[in-house]
Design a protein around this ligand. Structure first.
Ligand SMILES: [Zn+2]
Length: 423
């Protein structure tokens, strides 16, 4: 039996629709992945987990002084609803929330640059802001060709600081608001918090010789809003499905687990839930192999390794031996490898990134019609991952030490907002 990039690409095409965390579509994709996984003869099932969700039914932003204009906006899910009829607030643009801005933000609608991070959010909340505005896109966007993104106040942000009224707008509108010197605005937000259900699809093949050693393959199958998530990350999802097919027929020496994670885009929620539910078996895990983003026609292969320099040397040598161009390095990667490394399981990622202009992520351009993906390009990462999986599985002694270096532990801790012990 041979793996087939064309079969994988056909499955990718079939599942090329928006699959946002806890949506009906995410559930539908999970059920289809389960069906395909079961058809390989492997045992497989779905594991559900709860997700803190929000439903925004109304959001409005009107600049009221010194001019009057309503702007397109979206409300943050899990944002604090305004009272009936909304609120009228003074407006202040705080750039990146540097200290020099802080005396001016209290009680105001405050706009900041970039993605709303935990540090900035907590700083603004501590300073007593009344509402937060964020923006993304470019000043050159055409409204008909782009979307005003939908964001969520994640639990990691609000767990200490609490919720705030927050709206998201387009960069071109943010620029206009500042250029025209807005000083007052009217804001309305209606959000309802609820507990949603997301899913991981899990398949297992028992090892024939060393069943007590587990190699875990992972790929997230959810997408963000407006994106069909073919590049990020149905590409990785269908690649590990081909690996499952292969090893279902060519039984591995070690036990292999294949997990398709839901809700990765909301903060690695699927892999965090999986690691938590399977804590008692993690000490048997010798390696986690994650694939998140593959198949761009123009591109470059990379392999961030969350383990040790020794592991990097081993992976790099294997790639050289096989003649595969791959930038192997010791580093973290923002994906489902993180919760595993956090528990001491060495992890690595096979990824193929498109150069600027030939690899679109997290918006409507992550779509087959954008013409930057192909089955032939998907085959590069598929063959790379298969070669690697066969080699490590066949090893007499597992070639990667079960160790995560201090440098990686530090980066993972920062990524997960872990508090440093006060000494
Ligand atoms: Zn991804």
């Amino acid at each position: 039996m041979k793996v087939s990039a064309h079969r994988a690409f056909a499955l990718l095409k079939e599942l090329a629709y928006e699959r946002v965390s806890c949506s009906e579509a995410e559930k539908k994709a999970a059920e289809r992945l389960l069906e395909v996984a079961l058809s390989t003869g492997a045992s497989a099932h779905i594991e559900e987990f709860p997700v803190a969700c929000g439903r925004v039914t109304h959001a409005k932003l009107v600049v009221t002084e010194p001019y009057v204009k309503e702007y397109e906006c979206t409300g943050y899910e899990r944002g604090l609803s305004t009272p009936e009829g909304g609120v009228d607030l003074a407006f202040y643009y705080a750039e990146t929330a540097e200290d020099a801005h802080m005396p001016n933000v209290k009680g105001k609608a405050v706009m900041v640059n970039g993605r709303l991070g935990k540090k900035v959010y907590e700083k603004l909340m501590k300073a007593g802001v009344a509402a937060i505005l964020t923006f993304d896109g470019t000043t050159l966007d055409r409204r008909s060709e782009t979307d005003c993104d939908i964001r969520k106040l994640r639990e990691t942000l609000t767990e200490e600081a609490g919720a705030c009224t927050a709206l998201h707008i387009r960069t071109m509108d943010a620029a206009e608001i500042v250029r025209r010197g807005a000083t007052k605005m009217h804001i309305e937000l209606t959000n309802e918090d609820y507990e949603g259900t997301s899913r991981n699809v899990c398949a297992v093949i028992e090892g024939t010789e060393k069943p007590e050693e587990i190699i875990s393959f992972g790929a997230h199958f959810d997408s963000v809003y407006f994106s069909t998530g073919v590049y990020d990350n149905m590409s990785g999802s269908v690649i590990i499905m081909e690996l499952l097919r292969y090893f279902a027929e060519h039984k591995p020496a070690r036990t292999m687990k294949f997990n398709w994670y839901g809700s990765e885009e909301q903060g690695l929620l699927g892999s965090k839930a999986w690691v938590k539910a399977h804590e008692d078996e993690l000490d048997k895990h010798v390696l986690m192999i994650n694939i998140d983003v593959a198949a761009p026609i123009l591109g470059k292969n990379g392999c961030p390794v969350l383990a040790t320099e020794k592991a990097v040397g081993y992976v790099d040598a294997l790639m050289r031996e096989a003649g595969i161009a791959c930038d192997v390095k010791l580093d973290i990667y923002s994906s489902d490898c993180i919760p595993f490394a956090d528990k001491g399981v060495p992890a690595l990622n096979f990824v193929r990134f498109g150069p600027p202009g030939a690899g679109y992520i997290h918006d409507r351009r992550d779509n087959l019609r954008s013409g930057y993906l192909s089955a032939e390009a998907l085959d590069i990462t598929l063959q790379q991952a298969l070669m690697f999986a066969k080699r490590v599985d066949a090893a007499k002694v597992f070639p990667i030490e079960r160790k995560v270096s201090d440098e990686i532990v530090k980066k993972v801790d920062e990524y997960l907002f872990k508090k440093k012990d006060k000494k």
